[in-house]
Design a protein around this ligand. Structure first.
Ligand code: ADP
Length: 682
């Protein structure tokens, strides 16, 4: 059974002079409770009719209505059922109406006692639908339109209207309803009612008290809401300022600087620190700090981490650690190290909030309160620090990713330069000899009558250029293998002399074949040099390339000297010095770059690939040594130095000539020249 009409409208129809008013839900709750308390505080039994829009609203008040029902047997509760609410006649009359009943939109309460009356008749105002996220706060802003009054006439009419409805829903209550009408004189005229009412006897105490309590509670809620809104605003402003700083800079130093300053200032702490750290770091260097009072600065200090149980706790839990009072916190009092730290840095309250990225510790935000009073870290402050720590984490990694990207870009650009260089040099190096070979072979093929001497010249030119191409390809492959780490190292214990002999003889062989005059080669190598530990073939390669260069860039009247001596007791230093064209001071490092040649790749006169020194550096660093160049400048000669580890194990077996495995060089070993302290070779 459902009645679509509105009780409020029926009342306004009966008393057209009544003026309605708007009530917020919280006001209606306060008024209803005050009216109910009046019944509970009263002596004489009252007629109480309460109409709830839904069962759930009644459930919140059920306990109170049970108490009311103990005071009077005329209690009627109406509601739209949701779970268990149904028509029943227990200590009170429960009347269930359909959800589409007009009452489902209304909120009524009538109290009629012999000496006073009050009623509340309201209908909920339609509201514009709101976003689901706004709903909880919107409940308080639900609004109702209607009448609240002590007027006996109005209250009697409302009671009658509601009892008429009860009669329709629950016809079996006819007798009880008639009894209520008679007891509370609901059919009498207004005048008679007024005369009967003894308002002056009413004790308004409980009513007023209840209203005041509600007013206070409302005020309290308001203040709380205001406070949390203010805190929220502060937090948002802080996070915004840090986000802005982050947007303006991709430099982690700027980000840390702004974050530490803003956070420290906003929380008014004595000391705020932000530093980078990993879970396994022993300590952190403090570079970003905010000092709020005259406390000692930690900037530049090394801050212990592994020795700090609080740090360990943060690492283990991945969550913040807050110490409000260092004197009573057993984590501090139980650790000697922490006691020293808090004393030295005058810390009274301590907060550590991890900066995490994908659950990995990347940094820490620390707040210290110093002096003699400790500080409670409230929930809002903690939320704020955590919000900032999250921002800092994201920003730092963003900045790092950007820096890595820049690095990568630089590497790519360098790679691109190398590639272009490679194309230029191979283009030149390969094309030139190829064209020569082609011309020579074509001439030989097309001119069978060519004189034998010219034929010989043609053939040897073609062969020379083929050799040049072979060297370039070989050097390039060697360097690629070394750079990619695809080289197998056969480390052995060797006498340096052996390798020197091999290198010199290979240079001499090459010089003889090229019919070029070599400068004077001199060895200044002590006889009792300790043995070295290296891959013999690679060692010969380095020596050959350095001696070859020295000869190449020194005129035939000049001198090339090879020296070797121990440097400390772990390594030997070998020097190849010449009196040739020298190297300008700003090129001493560049000469080791791939394809570096003083004249530039396309204007070389001396031959070579520009890869020799790059190969030497790869080999020397491969055995853990160093290689470097010195020169007095143009035409003042050059010196190339490199180091090689001494074989410390005296029982090590000396490996015979390193190339004897692959190439027959026994003759060179026994030449004896390398045993001399100062031996001119040519
Ligand atoms: P290249 O095959 O051109 O000799 P390297 O890598 O061995 O290639 O040397 C690179 C460049 O370093 C040479 O082209 C030359 O300009 C310079 N250089 C090397 N050794 C010497 C030296 N002993 N004296 C003067 N310049 C040298």
């Amino acid at each position: 059974m459902s009645i679509p009409t509105s009780v409020l409208e029926e009342l306004l129809h009966a008393l057209p002079l009544l003026r309605t008013q708007i009530y917020f839900k919280s006001s209606l709750t306060a008024l209803s409770h005050a009216m109910e308390d009046q019944v509970l505080a009263g002596v004489e039994p009252a007629l109480v009719i309460a109409c709830f829009q839904r069962e759930r609203f009644y459930r919140q008040e059920a306990h109170r209505y049970r108490r009311i029902s103990n005071k009077t047997d005329q209690v009627y509760v109406l509601a739209a059922p949701e779970t268990e609410f149904q028509n029943s006649s227990q200590i009170q009359e429960a009347i269930a109406f359909e959800p589409d009943d007009g009452l489902a939109k209304e909120w009524h309460l009538v109290v009629l006692a012999p000496n006073y009356s009050t009623c509340l008749v309201c209908r909920e105002k339609e509201v514009v639908p709101v976003k689901a996220s706004d709903l909880p706060s919107m409940d308080q802003s639900r609004r109702f339109e209607g009448i609240w009054t002590f007027d006996r006439q109005v209250s009697s009419i409302v009671a009658r209207l509601l009892l008429e409805r009860v009669r329709v829903y629950r016809p079996e209550l006819e007798e009880k309803i008639e009894q209520a009408i008679a007891t509370y004189r609901l059919r009498e005229t207004d005048k008679a009612l007024e005369a009967a009412a003894r308002f002056q006897d009413v004790d308004p105490g409980p009513f007023v008290q209840r209203l005041v309590t509600y007013l206070q509670a409302g005020q309290h809620k308001l203040v709380k809401t205001y406070r949390s809104m203010a805190a929220q605003e502060r937090r948002e402003r802080l996070v915004n300022s840090i986000t802005t700083a982050i947007r303006q800079s991709l430099n982690p130093a700027d980000i840390f600087q702004v974050a530490v300053r803003e956070l420290g200032g906003a929380l008014d702490v004595c000391r705020c620190l932000i530093y980078r750290c990993k879970a396994t770091d022993q300590e952190a260097a403090i570079a970003y700090e905010f000092l709020g009072r005259s406390v000692k600065s930690l900037t530049g200090e090394v801050w212990p981490l592994q020795e700090n149980p609080l740090f360990q706790e943060v690492v283990a839990s991945g969550e913040r650690v807050a110490v409000e009072n260092i004197r009573t916190d057993t984590r501090i009092t139980g650790s000697k190290r922490l006691m020293t730290l808090v004393q030295e840095w005058e810390i009274e309250s301590w907060l550590m909030v991890p900066v995490l990225y994908q659950n990995q510790l990347v940094g820490m935000v620390e707040l210290h309160h110093c002096g003699c009073e400790c500080r409670e870290w409230d929930a809002e402050e903690l939320a704020m620090v955590e919000a900032i720590a999250t921002q800092v984490g994201v920003a730092t990694l963003q900045a790092e990713a950007y820096a890595n990207l820049e690095d990568l870009n630089e590497q790519l650009a360098a790679l691109d330069r190398t590639r272009s260089n490679l194309i230029a040099i191979t283009g030149h190096e390969l094309r030139t000899p190829l064209s020569t070979i082609q011309v020579c072979l074509e001439s030989l093929a097309s001119d069978p009558d060519m004189p034998p001497e010219l034929r010989q010249v043609m053939l040897s030119t073609a062969l020379d250029d083929a050799e040049r191409m072979r060297t370039l390809v070989q050097d390039f492959l060697t360097l690629s293998r070394l750079e990619s780490g695809r080289v197998e190292w056969n480390t052995e214990v060797l006498p340096l002399h052996e390798c020197l002999s091999l290198a010199i003889s290979s240079v001499r062989t090459r010089a003889n074949s090229e019919a070029g005059a070599l400068p004077t080669l001199t060895l200044e190598v002590p006889e009792d040099l300790p043995l070295v530990r290296a891959d013999g073939e690679w060692l010969v390669e380095v020596l050959s390339k350095l001696i070859d260069n020295a000869c190449k860039f020194t005129p035939s009247g000049g001198k090339v000297t090879i020296l070797a001596q121990p440097r400390g007791d772990r390594e030997l230093e070998v020097k190849v010095a010449d009196t040739g064209r020298g190297i300008s001071s700003d090129r001493l490092e560049t000469v080791f770059d791939r394809f570096y040649q003083e004249e530039g790749a396309l204007r070389r006169s001396t031959g070579g690939t520009g890869l020799g020194l790059a190969i030497c550096r790869q080999i020397v660093t491969g055995w853990g040594g160093q290689i470097w160049a010195k020169s007095g400048g143009k035409d003042c000669g050059s010196q190339f130095h490199f180091t090689i580890p001494i074989a410390t194990d005296s029982t090590s077996e000396v490996t015979p000539n390193p190339r004897s495995k692959s190439k027959s060089s026994k003759g060179d070993r026994s030449s004896g020249s390398s045993r001399n302290r100062r031996t001119p070779i040519r």
